[in-house]
Design a protein. Sequence first.
Length: 304
Amino acid sequence: MTELVIQTKGLYKIYRNRTAVNNLDLKIARGDIYGFLGPNGAGKTTTIRMLLGLIKPTRGSIQLFGKDLTKDKMNILRRTGSLVEYPSYYGHLSAVDNLEALRRIIGGPKSRISEVLSIVGLTNDAKRLVKGYSLGMKQRLGIAAALLGNPELLILDEPTNGLDPSGIQEIRELIKDMPKQHGITVLISSHLLSEVEQMAGRVGIIREGQLVFQDTIQSLISQSSSGMRLSVSEPELAMGLALDLGCEGKLCGSILEMEPMQDAQVSQLVKRLVENDHAVYRVEEKRRSLEDIFMEIVGGGSEQ
Ligand SMILES: Nc1ncnc2c1ncn2[C@@H]1O[C@H](COP(=O)(O)OP(=O)(O)OP(=O)(O)O)[C@@H](O)[C@H]1O
Ligand SMILES: [Mg+2]
């Protein structure tokens, strides 16, 4: 069985009469990059704050590394690095000095500072004052700080917020390597599927506090078929054959516009057409973009 690094059961956070997180069952396996997606106000940051023990759940349980967060908090947090919203740093200090200040609190060898600076690509700027850094560099310094304690789990809340496309790309490249090169499991939140689809293995989509999808990107893609389009020599007769086989669809001009079909149905239909001397010129799948499916799932968002 895959080891779950994060598991929540029936997690709730209710503020006065607003349910920010509603019955969340998250499952994040070791070695995965998990994209935690949802529109503004969906409950991502609230969930992450609960995972890090920064706020208390109203109900439900949280296990990290198979241990209950309420019982083993210090031990769990020592194994976890995080970046929630904006990183904090001293602008009048260099990156090295910022990390040294942190190292004095959390411990560990001095050599780890140059290691994490190298991982995030800040080695050449390590001695510059942080107040002169670009937003992307500050975010990377935030990730360096999260990595300082050699975590097994990295939790990043919208680390690409406010960055330009090249800054987003840099962060993405950095995160992609975490599981393989450093053995780190990553939870990364975002309100854009496009930002995480190239690196995440699994995604969880949260909407108005509820998890509405949790599976692989592949499974999300398989939902992207919106039907098949067939071009054949005798469309009307072909449509009759298709309906006989139980395939749903309609004729649009000379094109058969079919509802989504399983592979077996497609092969059965093509076989039947060929057996009946129809020429099959083209069989195309109509696909919606991943972003369209995502927007459909989150349904216009929950912004207030
Ligand atoms: N301290 C609080 N008191 C009351 N309501 C809160 C508090 N913090 C968050 N909320 C509400 O909980 C809901 C979820 O907010 P949260 O910040 O978790 O969303 P999010 O998914 O992180 O959004 P964003 O993409 O904008 O960062 C929102 O409706 C928000 O207004
Ligand atoms: Mg947030």
